[in-house]
Design a protein. Structure first.
Length: 259
């Protein structure tokens, strides 16, 4: 519920278990995708057990979720992994970290999580709290921290996870320590125009006319391009005038054109 954040400045955060196995692709920082990370599910399971729901010692547990990256200095291969920083144990209706989420070039904090031990308000065994939704303090904390949140609530093994944003569209960290590199399709054209082939060859191609960009070996698929002058109604003074392109993708069944 985290309705009142507790400041336990003398207690250090605990890094729980080891990072998950390396991921090949850069992970999404959207909170719904973060929730589906197996490492995050493991952390939620452990936090729920630690919450001791249904006992006299019932309390909230929580932590930060970080996505980290490391680069091989020889091959420059980048691996990604998830790690969880647990907060000190909370009390029956609050939990919180001793400091704000940390963002750096190695690890970005993408979400917080905490437990609401107990069923939904009005359900059998209800403790009188609205465990099924974030509290006002949860929203305030998310807005202050600049990261979305995850909550698990329920009774015994019957639990439910849900996410909440900071603000209306805050489903990713507001100021992450790093971002995934932009990716382009393996073959594409850009500019006036510059081309990149499927095997990575870059070249300039400023001719005007109709051209075949690629053809499938089976002969049932072809990409064509029409290059023409851009921004002028007069005949081009030179075949090197910057053209614009119209692409036509043809297959044995259908064709479509785009520009």
């Amino acid at each position: 519920m985290r309705r009142s954040r507790i400041a336990l400045f003398l207690l250090a955060l605990q890094v729980v278990a080891s990072p998950s196995s390396a991921q090949g692709a850069c992970p999404s920082a959207q909170v719904d995708d973060v929730l589906n990370d197996p490492r995050v599910q493991e952390a939620l399971d452990q936090a729920w057990r630690d919450s001791m729901e249904g006992t006299d010692a019932e309390h909230e547990e929580g932590g930060w979720i970080q996505q980290c990256r490391s680069e091989n200095v020889i091959t420059h291969e980048v691996r990604y992994y998830t790690q969880v920083l647990r907060w000190p144990p909370g009390d029956i209706d609050s939990s919180g970290p001793p400091y704000a989420p940390r963002q750096n070039e190695t690890c970005r904090t993408v979400a917080s999580f905490h437990t609401h031990p107990g069923p939904a308000y009005g359900a059998p065994g209800s403790d009188g709290y609205h465990n099924e939704r974030p509290s006002g303090e949860d929203y305030l904390s998310a807005a202050s921290d600049g990261v979305p949140g995850i909550i698990r609530y329920g009774s015994g093994s019957d639990t439910t996870d849900f996410t909440y944003n900071y603000g209306t569209i805050g489903d990713e960290p507001r100021e992450p320590g790093w971002s995934c590199p932009e990716t382009r399709p393996p073959a594409h054209g850009f500019g006036d125009p510059h081309m990149q082939t499927l095997d990575g060859l870059l070249y300039d191609f400023m001719a005007i006319g109709d051209f075949v960009l690629t053809t499938a070996r089976a002969g049932d698929f072809e990409i064509q391009a029409r290059l023409q002058p851009f921004g002028t109604r007069r005949p081009p003074p030179s075949p090197r005038a910057s053209p614009c392109a119209t692409a036509r993708i043809a297959s044995s069944g259908a064709s479509r054109a785009s520009s």
